[in-house]
Design a binder for this molecule. Structure first.
Ligand SMILES: NC(=O)c1ccc[n+]([C@@H]2O[C@H](COP(=O)([O-])OP(=O)(O)OC[C@H]3O[C@@H](n4cnc5c(N)ncnc54)[C@H](OP(=O)(O)O)[C@@H]3O)[C@@H](O)[C@H]2O)c1
Length: 268
């Protein structure tokens, strides 16, 4: 990333992304952030990561050729009332807003190229899964710039924008599903007598190692599952309970419902 990047909004997303960018070696002087009311948060980002805290949108837009819209979808309209007159076709506008289409952003930023990204929380440790979709004015150089930016904080993949709500529900919300599973594993470990530290370490390392094995070997998860399941054994007994209680069906329904919700939020 050669140019400065400006975050508009200083919430959980911005915090995770800044952390990931700084860990990737991006100079704090090239990262700018502003927000609506909680300027103390931007000041904390400055103190913690050495980024540039900017009080108003006009100064940020003037200094950052790449802009990241990082407010909640319901705050977009108010934010754009201020931003629209400031953004030119020399800016690259990246939106991470769940459910909001590139065309909606294009309606606010006449001529500026728009890229829609859906990263997830592990971006803070450079292990994000980021899906990218491109607006009508995003030329190859804008596409590769956006891709390179998110590649600094993890893996990227390109999707047709019609699949973005599903991405939001899968990899965007996915960490929450895995955290829920982690919580349940910790709860049961405590119930059977492990200390909290051990319970947490076991749950985290089990999930981490499981994902790492698939990632590094490219193996099929279903094959790996069969390999650790001897007929009549302990894993088979545990899996039978999960299937009986609808674990797989519940996860599928969760993703489908979250996809619908992303659509509903985007159309408000
Ligand atoms: N959290 C994630 O991991 C994640 C992942 C992918 C995508 N996203 C997307 O990222 C966006 C932000 O999510 P979040 O979790 O970071 O939300 P959040 O913690 O609620 O932060 C939202 C930020 O937007 C600011 N804001 C609101 N209206 C504004 C305006 N008019 N001008 C400037 N700043 C404004 C808020 O400012 P004040 O608090 O100062 O008023 C706040 O700093 C959402 O659209 C979400 O879909 C989040």
């Amino acid at each position: 990333m050669e140019t400065a990047i400006g975050f508009i909004g200083a919430g959980n997303f911005t915090e995770a992304m800044i952390r990931g960018l700084r860990a990737a070696g991006i100079d704090g002087g090239r990262i700018l952030a502003t927000t609506r009311s909680r300027f103390d948060r931007v000041e904390r980002f400055h103190t913690t990561w050495g980024i540039v805290a900017v009080r108003n949108k006009a100064d940020l837009v003037a200094s950052a050729p790449t802009l990241i819209l990082a407010m909640k979808p319901q705050d977009l309209k108010d934010a754009m009332a201020e931003l629209s007159p400031l953004i030119t076709d020399r800016h690259l506008v990246i939106t991470v807003l769940a459910g909001v289409r590139c065309a909606t952003i294009e309606g606010y930023v006449s001529g500026a190229p728009v890229v829609r990204a859906m990263p997830n929380l592990p971006m803070a440790v450079q292990a994000s899964t980021t899906a990218l979709a491109y607006g009508r004015d995003a030329a190859p150089e804008h596409r590769s710039a956006a891709k390179a930016l998110f590649a600094l904080v993890g893996d990227t993949f390109e999707v047709n924008e019609d699949l973005m709500d599903a991405v939001t529900a899968l990899s965007g919300s996915g960490p929450a599903y895995v955290y829920l599973m982690m919580e349940a594993l910790i709860d049961v470990s405590l119930q059977v007598g492990f200390s909290l530290d051990t319970a947490k370490d076991m749950a985290v390392q089990t999930i981490f190692g499981t994902a790492k094995l698939v990632k590094e070997t490219g193996a099929d998860p279903a094959d790996l599952r069969r390999r650790v399941t001897s007929p009549g054994g302990t894993t088979a007994a545990g899996l039978a309970v999960l299937e009986e209680r609808g674990f797989r069906a519940a996860l599928i329904d969760a993703v489908l419902r979250a996809t619908e919700r992303a659509r509903e939020l985007g159309s408000r």
